[in-house]
Structures are given as structure tokens and as C-alpha cells.
Design a protein around this ligand. Structure first.
Ligand code: ATP
Length: 352
């Protein structure tokens, strides 16, 4: 497997190396050979190569099977054309249409709920997000000083692709999929999304599909998150619901993610670059490590590689042990260990 390493900014330089360390240890045990390829991005690329997204970064990524992207601290970039936010460009260029975000609780880790194990699959490239729902210009505009119009884009192709990804995922889990929408109001937009989900459902008779209206779902998620397995929804509903769900089990440090496309996938934690704690070796590496685990699992399924799937399982087991037994946890989880010590503990559990 050819896997790119893009550290990103701030705590990215601390949590991404931990993800690589744990993935490499798992790969070694599972007999998977990984060709790691560092690829420049972000503030360091701006300082050394003159751009936050250097000219050959996209073509280098094209040659890879997948990559790990650390958090991008674009808010702190200088306001110059060379300092763009690379994020939306990567998602669009590689058609990373599905943003897969698992949410799970661990006994021993403080959280609002226990026994939570669900995955939200969020459509990633259209919907209401104005920076990615049009090819030029913006999906938001102001025709007069007193009027703003935001456009929501829903396509059959985008809806069916993300629905299929969610059904495939549900098949590997408890075979239950909830489609979250609001077709009571957005009769055409959400209506089309639901139509496509129902059409894809015919190909997955082993998966039980149900529907929930987004506002009711938001309430049920807070009250009884244990009831859900896989959830699929449109971009902005997913944006909000994934943060809500992460809050139920311990917050951003525990929220991994994978952006998946037709040919590539990108491991990317939900949290930002956390400049307030960067450079101190105290950031929680869990989300980045588990994002890396998701990448190996996705690559394993995509390329029918039992070794990659094994490596992902080894990572999950070792992380689970560290969390359950509270071994070497970082400060946000109530521990006192450094970022690198938590990574080391996970590797040690794998060896043990
Ligand atoms: P963005 O807008 O880029 O997503 P944000 O404004 O949501 O970023 P973050 O950078 O995610 O903000 O940080 C939010 C808070 O969570 C900060 O106090 C930060 O220190 C904390 N935080 C984020 N990630 C981690 C982590 N991996 N470990 C510990 N604390 C974290």
C-alpha cells in the first residue's frame, strides 16, 4: 500500500507521527507492507515551498492509495493567494464524497452515554456548503445589501454514491441504516436524497433501512444514541450531528474520520489544529490514530487485502485496551501522559 503522510499544522506534527507509528506496528504484525510517502502541505509547505498546497502535491497524492491528513490551521495563514485552505480542494479534486465518522464510548472514559457504537456517514461535496457545492463562485451570494441567498445542491449521483457507501458499511456491522433528512419541508432536495437511498436499499436486502426526520433524530441521538448503528445524511445535517454525537462520548479528541472517494481515501480527524496546545506533546492522538485505522480498513476492503483488514483490527483492539484499562491517557481523558506516550502504550498493547 502506498500511503501519504501530510502532517498539516500545529498539533498535526504531534498526532500524525503517532498515527503512523501505530499503523506501522500493526502493519508489521499483520504482514502488510506500507510504502510511506511524506507529502508537503500547510504552513511548513508555505514557508519552505511557497504555497500551502504546492503544485505537485495533488499529482503526488494521485499516485497513492490513500493518505493521512493532519489538521489544517488555515485561520492563522497570512492573507495571501499562496496561503489557501487546501482542505476543500483535496475533497473536491479526489471526489471524497463520503465523510465517515464513527462515535463510540469506552467504559472508564467520562461520557454522557455508555454503550454507544454508531457511525455517521455524511455527504461531503454538495448540499448547503457554499465552498464546495458549485464549480465556480460560491453557493452563497448577496444580490442586494439586505438579501442573502444560500443554495443547497442535491444530486442523484451524489446521493446514491454516499448511500451505497453507507449500505456497504452497514453490511460490515449490525446491518441497520437510518436515513436522516427533512423531506417534510425540503420535499425536492431531501426528497431526492431519500429516493436514492431507497433505490440503493433494493440492492442490500440484508440491511434494514429506516428513516428519521433530522430534528427528531437530533433529540433521539441525545437521549438514546445506543439505538443507532449506521446513519447516512446530507452535508450540513451531518456536519452538525457528527459534532453533537462526538459530544456524547467525550468530545473532539475522540472523533476520528475518513473521507472516502471512488479511488482514494483520506484519514482525517474531526478536530482542528488546536494551536492553543500545539508543541507541548499533550494533544490526544486517539482521533488521528483511529482515523488511520479506518484508512487501513477501507483500503483492505477496497483492495481485498486481508493483511490491511487485520492491521486495522489489531489497531482497534490495542486502542480499546488502552482506553478501557486507562493506560497512558492524555490530559483531556483525565490522564497525565504525553501524546507520544499514549502512542507507545498502544504499540505496546499490540505487542503484548
Ligand atoms: P477548526 O475550526 O479548525 O475545526 P476548532 O475551532 O473547532 O478548529 P480545535 O482546533 O479543534 O478548534 O480545538 C477546539 C478545542 O479542543 C481547543 O481547546 C483544543 O485545544 C481542543 N482540542 C482539539 N483537538 C484536541 C486533541 N486532539 N487533544 C486535546 N485537545 C484537543
Amino acid at each position: 500500500m502506498k500511503i501519504g503522510v501530510l502532517e498539516g499544522d500545529d498539533i498535526g506534527h504531534e498526532v500524525v507521527p503517532e498515527a503512523v507509528k501505530v499503523m506501522q506496528a500493526a502493519a508489521l504484525r499483520a504482514g502488510l507492507v506500507i510504502d510511506w510517502q511524506p507529502v508537503p502541505i500547510g504552513r511548513r509547505a508555505l514557508d519552505t515551498l511557497g504555497s500551502t498546497l504546492p503544485a505537485d502535491t495533488l499529482s503526488r497524492l494521485e499516485q497513492l492509495d490513500g493518505w493521512i491528513l493532519g489538521p489544517i490551521g488555515h485561520q492563522a495563514y497570512p492573507k495571501i493567494p499562496e496561503a489557501i485552505n487546501p482542505h476543500p480542494i483535496l475533497r473536491k479534486h479526489f471526489d471524497l464524497f463520503a465523510n465517515i465518522r464513527p462515535v463510540r464510548s469506552y467504559p472508564g472514559i467520562a461520557s454522557v452515554h455508555q454503550n454507544v457504537d454508531l457511525v455517521i456517514v455524511r455527504e461531503n461535496n454538495e448540499g448547503f456548503q457554499p465552498d464546495r457545492n458549485v464549480v465556480a463562485g460560491s453557493g452563497e451570494f448577496r444580490p442586494t445589501n439586505d438579501v442573502t441567498i444560500s443554495v443547497r445542491v442535491i444530486t442523484r449521483a451524489g446521493s446514491s454514491k454516499v448511500a451505497r457507501e453507507a449500505f456497504e458499511l452497514a453490511r460490515t456491522r449490525d446491518k441497520r441504516l437510518t436515513v436522516v433528512h427533512k423531506d417534510t419541508v425540503f420535499k425536492l432536495g431531501c426528497g431526492m436524497f431519500v429516493e436514492e437511498c431507497k433505490r440503493i436499499a433494493l440492492e442490500y436486502p440484508d440491511v434494514v433501512m429506516s428513516e428519521a426526520i433530522v430534528d427528531t433524530f437530533a433529540m433521539r441521538l441525545v437521549m438514546t444514541p445506543q439505538k443507532y448503528d449506521v446513519i447516512v445524511t446530507t452535508n450540513m445535517f451531518g456536519d452538525i450531528l457528527t459534532d453533537e454525537a462526538a459530544g456524547l462520548v467525550g468530545g473532539l479528541g475522540l472523533a476520528p474520520g475518513l473521507c472516502a472517494g471512488p479511488r482514494h481515501a483520506m484519514a482525517q480527524a474531526t478536530h482542528g489544529s488546536a494551536p492553543d496546545i500545539a508543541g507541548r506533546n499533550i494533544a490526544n492522538p486517539y482521533a488521528m490514530i483511529m482515523s488511520g485505522k479506518m484508512l487501513l480498513d477501507w483500503l483492505g476492503r477496497k483492495h481485498a487485502s486481508a493483511a490491511a483488514i487485520d492491521a486495522a483490527r489489531l489497531m482497534e483492539d490495542a486502542v480499546g485496551q488502552v482506553m478501557r484499562d486507562r493506560i497512558s491517557l492524555t490530559g483531556d481523558l483525565g490522564g497525565t501522559s504525553a501524546t507520544s506516550e499514549m502512542g507507545d502504550a498502544i504499540v505496546a498493547c499490540m505487542a503484548g
